[in-house]
Write a protein that binds this ligand. Structure first.
Ligand SMILES: [Zn+2]
Length: 136
C-alpha cells in the first residue's frame, strides 16, 4: 500500500477523495447522484459516484429545525462505500434503517461538514464512520 492509498483508506481517487477535507467537500459537488434513498426536507440520504474512478459515496444530511432562533443546525456526512454495499442499499424496498447505515462504515474515514447553531460558517473535517445527526 502506498502512502497515498493509506490516507484515503484505499477509496476513491485524487479528484473525489483528496487529502484535504475542504477540497474533498468541493469535490463532492462534482459527484453524480446515482440513487436517492431518503428524501425528506430535514433528512436526506443519497448515493453519489465519482465520474472518474466510479467510487460510490453515501451521503447523509440532517437538519434540526430550531423554531426559536431560526438558524437550524445542519450536518453532512460523506463516506465511501463498496459497490456491493451501495447495491444492497438501492435494492431496498423501503428506507434504510439509520442503525444499518451507521453500522455499514463504522471504521471508515468520513468527511464531516457541520453547521451548528450559532456558528457563522460551516466547518469541514475528517471523522470516522457515518453519523446520522438528530433531525426533524
Ligand atoms: Zn474518484
Amino acid at each position: 500500500m502506498t502512502a497515498e492509498q493509506g490516507t484515503r483508506g484505499g477509496y476513491g481517487c485524487e479528484r473525489c477523495w483528496p487529502h484535504d477535507a475542504a477540497a474533498a467537500w468541493e469535490a463532492r459537488q462534482g459527484l453524480a447522484q446515482v440513487a436517492e434513498l431518503v428524501q425528506e426536507s430535514h433528512y436526506r440520504v443519497a448515493i453519489h459516484s465519482c465520474p472518474h474512478c466510479r467510487q460510490n459515496f453515501l451521503s447523509v444530511f440532517t437538519e434540526l429545525v430550531d423554531w426559536a432562533l431560526g438558524q437550524d443546525p445542519m450536518y453532512w456526512t460523506v463516506v465511501p462505500v463498496e459497490a456491493d454495499e451501495s447495491a444492497a442499499l438501492t435494492d431496498l424496498k423501503g428506507e434504510p434503517r439509520e442503525a444499518d447505515l451507521e453500522a455499514m462504515a463504522s471504521d471508515r474515514r468520513s468527511l464531516l461538514r457541520d453547521f451548528p447553531e450559532g456558528a457563522s460558517k460551516p466547518t469541514v473535517g475528517w471523522g470516522v464512520g457515518l453519523r446520522i445527526g438528530p433531525h426533524d
